[in-house]
Design a protein around this ligand. Structure first.
Ligand SMILES: [Fe+2]
Length: 139
């Protein structure tokens, strides 16, 4: 399930299914309505990488939260970890560089640039929690 969510999390960027321009919502609606995807995977796509903060900036938070209940935080953390440790072309990276790359790509004053800086502390905390869980599991 996590692998599926990690692979599909940005499907909402596809021009063929983009409706609102907010990719977590567009992707989750596509997976729910067209594909009939597992609700757990759909929920993770809807809520990956602090999507609620970008939804708020776009005036879509209520819509997002009403349609897609938030999955357990540990699962959102896991998908966010994957997202933030991989560049858009699939190269491994780290969360600090990834946030900087996003802010640089969209521009610091853009909606995405502002969102990602606001989300940065939570993104770093989320990815740190995954590392803590991995370390605890290895003990
Ligand atoms: Fe995304």
């Amino acid at each position: 399930m996590l692998e599926a969510a990690a692979v599909l999390h940005d499907v909402g960027y596809s021009p063929d299914l983009a409706k609102t321009g907010f990719h977590p919502l567009d992707g989750a609606r596509y997976l729910r309505d067209t594909v009939g995807g597992d609700p757990r995977v759909v929920g993770l796509v809807a809520h990956h990488s602090c999507a609620w903060m970008e939804a708020e900036a776009r005036g879509l938070r209520e819509e997002l939260e009403a349609e897609f209940p938030r999955p357990p935080a540990s699962l959102i953390d896991a998908v966010t970890y994957c997202d933030m440790n991989t560049t858009p072309d699939g190269t491994p990276t780290n969360p600090v560089d990834r946030v900087n790359e996003i802010a640089g790509r969209y521009g610091p004053d853009s909606l995405i640039g502002t969102f990602i800086r606001r989300a940065e502390p939570e993104i770093l905390a989320s990815t740190a929690r995954v590392l803590e869980r991995l370390a605890a599991a290895a003990r």
